[in-house]
Design a protein around this ligand. Structure first.
Ligand code: 13P
Length: 304
């Protein structure tokens, strides 16, 4: 293991590469990453880093966004098949059709989407700034929110804006029920529930705090509470425990919330990726130009 990590370090320095990892990635990947964060933080970093090579340990839409935001850099995804069930629920042709019915509407697209869908959108958002993105849109405009109906529903409650919601949801977050929260609260009566807004509205309604994975760190840091029920993908438990060793974090449901796509990349994959410079993520230039506009608009909007 040590030998493999040393090899990764050596290749990383030879390539002048930086390793970015999402908060859901396995612990050993987070440990070798230069930056670990949520979708918004990683997009901001990808856009501003000087390194010529970015190894993206996350899922494909994240690497694609990095490649769009950093067109002069080589973005590598160590495994090509890390997808996103939510992103797969929207496609550009269907979005064009809905747009056709609401030609004056503003299309707000969650970053968990393909580059082609982003290219059909006016502005992107992440769970970290979705509320502020919608608040930034003039009140007289209709809004089409793509592709997560749960995040869209949450944004509606926070902004009072009625939006046209695409009928998609994250297959991992969408299975958590209000009963799961009730059971977890009974097991850990002193714990606060921190809930990702990709969960169903009835689950979000039971939260002590609703936040992106990045926002969960801030919430914990801002309270004296000692125990937390973490209602998102289980990978999040590791960085929270690392950041706050004096607190206790419980998964909402044992073994219940694991995104297989976020668990695909291994240390061997990262090493091979740097060695062979694979897999380089490229986006069709016309699509990338349009998608970049929507992503760059997103980056001007602060966190919720
Ligand atoms: P965050 O932006 O909160 O990290 O969420 C990413 C994600 O894909 C949640 O399923």
């Amino acid at each position: 293991m040590d030998k493999l990590i040393r090899k990764i370090e050596q290749l990383k320095s030879e390539r002048q590469a930086v390793i970015l990892a999402h908060n859901y990635e396995p612990p050993e990947i987070q440990d070798i990453a230069d930056i670990v964060g949520d979708s918004l933080g990683l997009s901001i970093d990808a856009a501003k880093l000087d390194n010529p090579v970015i190894v993206f340990c996350g899922v494909s839409f994240m690497a694609e966004s990095a490649a769009i935001l950093a067109p002069d850099k080589q973005v590598l995804l160590p495994r090509l098949n890390c997808g996103c069930g939510l992103a797969d629920m929207a496609n550009a042709a269907a979005l064009r059709k809905i747009r056709g019915k609401h030609p004056d509407a503003v299309v707000v697209t969650y970053v968990n989407s393909s580059a082609a869908v982003k290219a059909e959108s006016d502005i992107c958002c992440t769970s970290g700034n979705a509320v502020n993105v919608v608040r930034s849109i003039p009140k007289d405009k209709d809004i089409i929110f793509v592709p997560d109906r749960n995040l869209g529903a949450y944004v509606q409650t926070q902004t009072g804006r009625k939006m046209i919601l695409w009928d998609g949801a994250c297959p991992i977050h969408d299975v958590i029920s209000a009963d799961d929260i009730t059971t977890a609260r009974a097991a850990y009566p002193d714990a606060l529930a921190i809930v990702h807004p990709e969960c169903k509205p009835e689950v979000v309604a039971m939260a002590d705090s609703v936040c992106s994975t990045g926002g969960m760190f801030d919430f914990v840091a801002g309270t004296n509470h000692k125990e937390f029920i973490v209602v998102t993908e289980e990978g999040m438990l590791y960085p929270l425990r690392q950041a706050h060793p004096d607190r206790t974090f419980y998964p909402v449901k044992k073994g219940g919330m694991i995104c297989p796509d976020m668990k695909m990349i291994s240390l061997d994959d990262v090493c091979t990726s740097l060695e062979k410079m694979e897999y380089i993520i490229t986006v069709n230039p016309e699509t990338a130009t349009k998608a970049r506009l929507a992503l760059e608009r997103m980056l001007t909007v602060p966190r919720n």
